[in-house]
Design a protein around this ligand. Structure first.
Ligand code: ATP
Length: 597
């Protein structure tokens, strides 16, 4: 039966309510303006009445009769006088108006002396940038006044600027990144270092709005986020660009925080992620957070190039297919992942050609998480073996229609060792830790609209999904529960999220922290259960089959191309086309690496 659309009032309830609320507020404001004199008089009458009551109460009982007599006499005289009642009413109203006047001290107009001094010094600092010799009516001149240049400003309790609107001449080159960066740097320095500023350039109105940003909450622990399958919370951001909020538990409290949600899977426009950062900036923590979320609906293969056993807590858990920290195991697992991607593509393609829905065993998301794969690239080169990154080509290029997601984390100064495929196909980007604006631009493909800080808490940085805006990001605290320095609350939060130990995992020994050279420590895809569960053939794939499987669904110009899962199931065809061509953004990362080294 066809579904009937909801009545508009129900489907659009939020907007409707907001409009009604706005109308009511406007009506109330207008009514208050019109009735203001009446309100003042009524307030004054109330004050006079209560003063009278107080007077009566304060008068000793034996003298109240005399007081009453005096009042009654005055009233009588007033009544007898010509125009007495009229004059008395006018006098009463005047007294009430006087008593009812607003006695709150008026807010001081304009800034105080120190604030004015701050604005003046900001103005003076901007003069060299915003003035031109040929300007007949300059807004900025040496010794000029700041009032016209700064139409709006706010200060905090310590006298530092929290909000400022700067008007600048139309000839200023506000479309050029360097010109903007110059002004932003200057304003941030003059308004107080150690805070983050958001800059909004209104090129049409020749106005720049500077806003001080509150620090992002750095104390949110890992937890079960309220998301749909295919959504991963990378962290939390400002409410300015993200209008959705997630209800989060914070100790006993509940609070709503705007998240950065990354969508993966068949319809994703940024199906793979690259996270970069200085050592200790929190990229492994981000990967652990992603893994815990991925395990709710999918399977995970982890490659740990850090060699410190930071993922040992995941070993042997349901859905964790492998935690590899040795070159041999890494190669085997990634080879399997490549074959599994191909198998899924073939199975889905056959189903499409037969007019069937995709088989169930192609739908469960498979995640390949690699922490510092560059470590294995060096090892493989020294050992004369295949670079593990070359095995990522197929999952990266064809992973999206096969529900295979790749997440790579590496240090800023190792980014140049990442393969072209990794750089081209990881369109979701995260940069954690301190970084220059150039590094942010190189990794994310766009500059941040905020001033990067020199000192940031672990897990703080920026995120950009495809060609979207750059978000400030704070990753939820998801520490290694086996680390002795982890606090009890955070350890419990992570342990609570770990899936149960699988039967095979129980049979394994306790995890040990192993250097990359020491070989695989956990289950590998070659294990029997693993093979049965995922119908993986252990024998190497026939090259002829491999060729066919890779080219079949993607071969340009073949008759089958139009039938592929990709074109049939994917809304974003531009992104689909990208599987064989380099996407325009984010940009390569050599510059970032060069900067940091
Ligand atoms: N989001 C976060 N919230 C709180 N603490 C964090 C966060 N991210 C990281 N940390 C802490 O910072 C430290 C370093 O984190 P992590 O190991 O994830 O960094 P890394 O970038 O992987 O460093 P390395 O490359 O040296 O391993 C750890 O003690 C970790 O608990």
């Amino acid at each position: 039966m066809a579904r009937r659309p909801l009545p508009r009032i129900l489907s659009n309830r939020g907007a409707h309510l907001a409009r009604s609320r706005e109308l009511a507020r406007t009506a109330a404001d207008s009514a208050t303006d019109i009735l203001h004199p009446l309100i003042t008089i009524v307030r004054g009458l109330r004050r006079l009445a209560s003063a009278g009551r107080r007077r009566v109460a304060d008068t000793p009982k034996d003298r109240r009769g005399a007081l009453l007599f005096l009042v009654a006499s005055v009233l009588l005289v007033v009544l007898l006088l010509p125009y007495g009642p009229l004059l008395a009413a006018i006098a009463l109203m005047a007294a009430a108006a006087w008593q009812g006047r607003d006695r709150a001290p008026a807010a001081p107009k304009g800034p105080d002396e120190s604030q004015a001094q701050r604005l003046k010094s900001l103005y003076d600092a901007l003069v060299p940038y915003f003035s031109s010799a040929g300007d007949p009516d300059p807004l900025y001149t040496h010794g000029g006044s700041w009032e016209k240049a700064f139409p709006a400003y706010e200060f905090d309790g310590t006298g530092r600027i929290t909000h400022l609107v700067v008007v600048y001449p139309a000839y200023y080159t506000d479309g050029e990144a360097e010109s903007r960066a110059r002004i932003e740097h200057l304003l941030a320095a003059k308004s107080g270092r150690g805070r983050e500023y958001h800059f909004a350039w209104d090129e049409e109105g020749n106005q720049l709005t500077v806003q001080v940003l509150a620090p992002l909450p750095a104390d949110i622990a890992a937890q079960r986020f309220v998301t749909s399958p295919g959504e991963t919370v990378l962290g939390f951001t400002d409410p300015m660009q993200v209008h959705r909020t997630l209800p989060l538990a914070h100790g006993e409290e509940q609070r709503d925080v705007p998240p950065v949600v990354w969508r993966t899977g068949i319809r994703s426009t940024a199906p793979h992620l690259l996270a970069a950062g200085q050592p200790g900036s929190g990229t492994s923590t981000l990967l652990r957070s992603v893994a815990l979320q991925a395990l709710r609906h999918g399977d995970v293969v982890i490659v740990d190039g850090g060699g410190t056993g930071e993922y040992a807590c995941l070993t042997g858990r349901d859905g964790v297919l492998a935690v590899e920290c040795g070159l041999a195991g890494v190669l085997e697992s990634l080879r399997w992942a490549a074959h599994e991607t191909e198998r899924r593509l073939i199975a889905a393609n056959r189903a499409h050609q037969a007019g069937d829905p995709p088989p169930e065993d192609t739908k469960r998301p498979l995640w390949i998480l690699l922490d510092r794969p560059s470590a294995f690239t060096h090892l493989a080169a020294a050992d004369g073996r295949e670079d593990p990154q070359s095995l990522l080509q197929i999952p990266l290029r064809h992973g999206r229609p096969a529900n295979v997601t790749v997440v790579v984390a590496d240090q800023l100064d190792s980014l140049e060792t990442l393969s072209d495929a990794v750089r081209q196909h990881t369109r979701a980007r995260v940069l954690l830790g301190p970084a220059t604006p150039e590094q942010v631009t190189a990794v994310l493909g766009a500059p941040p609209h905020t001033t990067p800080l020199d000192h940031v808490p672990a897990g703080r940085g920026y995120a950009r999904l495809g060609t979207g805006p750059v978000h400030r990001l704070q990753v939820p605290a998801t520490p290694d529960p086996y680390d002795d320095t982890t606090g009890a609350d955070h350890r419990k939060a992570v342990l609570d999220l770990l899936p149960a130990r699988s039967a095979q995992g129980d049979a394994q020994t306790e995890p040990t922290r192993t250097a990359p050279e020491s070989g695989p420590v956990r289950r590998t895809p070659a294990d029997a259960t693993f093979t049965d569960k995922h119908s993986l053939e252990k024998k190497p794939v026939d090259p002829a089959t491999t060729d066919r499987t890779v080219t079949e669904p993607y071969a340009a110009g073949t008759a089958d191309t139009a039938d592929t899962a990709d074109t049939a199931d994917t809304a974003d065809t531009a992104d689909t086309a990208d599987t064989d061509t380099a996407p325009p953004e984010p940009v390569p990362v050599e510059t970032a690496a060069a900067e940091s080294s």
